[in-house]
Design a protein. Structure first.
Length: 389
């Protein structure tokens, strides 16, 4: 099937008399009347479920659907994107070892590494993934390299193909957070990645009404991850999985509008007085543009950021003037929202460190929704222009 058809049908094979919409199996436990039968399912020799912390009809369907979209052998669903990241890191580095991470990764990913894993003995190596020489040096003896297809919040794109080649030579697995791009715009496994993570809370679910994460990759990797997830208790509930799968069915349609609206907003912002910089990998003048055009030929998704003159006070005044756009800490819903990374995604970093990573007191992250682009541009133009009269 082509990608659009996979989005609609992945993860499920319908048979005669099956319900067209998947049922919600809201059960924590399953009953058996034969010990050998239970043992066969628990050991994985036979298909089935025994306890929802290990597997469930709905969570398995979601994981299978995302795996199919990403071109992976298997997948496992988790309670959130961070649960999926933690599970993946534990799978590749089950004991203290060096972990390489892109220096401008999502702030909570950096917090997980620094505040939870480093005290346990893990070495965290933050590297500028646009510098392939620095990446190559950082890989020595590493257990895993973690990067993002499109970074949060400044929407930078690294040369994922080149990074995967470097890592392959050294036998280092590459873990890619593909949340911003989604499998509609990029499939990192085809570029050499070992495993892929999604915060399904975002575009896969698409409606700001659930928390979920998914990890996909080779069957052996996913089976190890499944055990870690079961032991650490990060299981996803069936209702959240059902919602995420429902959202997934329109992912290909939504991403086209998200993508178009983000480019429209980026172009609009670039022309406004008081906007000091616009961060979008495909906008004219972006240092990421050549790589983004190669790796993301269908577009760079619905995210962008910009730096507003006047810092936090100007951001507050802009937010108070919006009529359509809303402030919210998350992203990727049908509504256009903005967030302020200094207080949201990167609040765990010091102001000096945020500045070193390009997150200024005036940096605003934008999640372009599905509204009419004319209305969105008018809202940004009015709200920002009024700051400089």
């Amino acid at each position: 099937m082509r990608p659009d058809s996979r989005a609609v049908h992945s993860g499920r094979e319908l048979r005669a008399r099956d319900p067209l919409a998947p049922p919600l199996v809201q059960s924590a436990v399953y009953v058996y009347d034969d010990l050998d039968d239970y043992d066969a399912v628990a050991a994985g020799r036979e298909p089935g479920h025994i306890y929802a912390r290990y597997s469930n009809y709905n969570t398995d369907m979601l994981a299978a659907a995302v795996a199919e979209l990403e071109g992976a052998e298997a997948g496992v669903a988790a309670a959130s994107g961070m649960a999926a990241i933690f599970t993946a890191l534990l799978t590749f580095a089950p004991r203290p070892a060096p972990i390489v991470v892109t220096a401008d990764a999502y702030g909570v990913t950096l917090a997980l590494l620094r505040e939870e894993l480093a005290p346990l003995g893990y070495e965290v190596r933050e590297v500028d993934t646009s510098d392939l020489g620095a990446v190559e040096r950082a890989l020595g003896g590493a257990a895993v390299l973690h990067c993002e297809t499109i970074t949060n919040p400044l929407c930078r794109v690294c040369d994922l193909e080149a990074i995967c080649r470097l890592a392959s030579v050294r036998g280092v697995p590459v873990l890619v957070d593909n949340t911003f791009a989604t499998p509609v715009l990029c499939r990192p496994l085809g570029l050499g990645a070992t495993a892929v993570i999604h915060s399904a809370t975002k575009y896969l679910g698409g409606h700001s009404d659930l928390l979920a994460g998914v990890l996909v990759g080779g069957r052996e990797v996913i089976e190890r991850a499944r055990q870690h997830l079961a032991h650490t208790g990060g299981a996803l509930g069936p209702f959240e999985a059902w919602l995420a799968l429902r959202g997934l069915r329109t992912l290909h349609l939504r991403m086209r509008r998200h993508n178009d609206n983000a480019l429209e907003i980026a172009g609009c912002l670039a022309r406004l007085p008081g906007v000091e910089a616009v961060h979008h990998p495909l906008i004219e003048g972006s240092p990421c543009q050549p790589i983004a055009q190669r790796l993301l030929p269908e577009g760079a998704g619905g995210m962008l950021a910009f730096d507003l003159a006047g810092g936090r006070q100007a951001v507050q005044e802009m937010v108070s003037r919006f009529r359509l756009v809303r402030f919210a800490a998350s992203l990727a819903g049908v509504e256009t929202t903005v967030s302020y990374p200094a207080l949201t995604s990167h609040r765990d970093l010091s102001s000096g460190e945020r500045m070193s990573k390009g997150v200024t007191p005036g940096t605003v992250r934008v999640s372009a929704g599905l509204e009419d682009p004319v209305d969105l541009k008018e809202d940004f133009e009015r709200s920002i222009a009024s700051l400089h009269r």
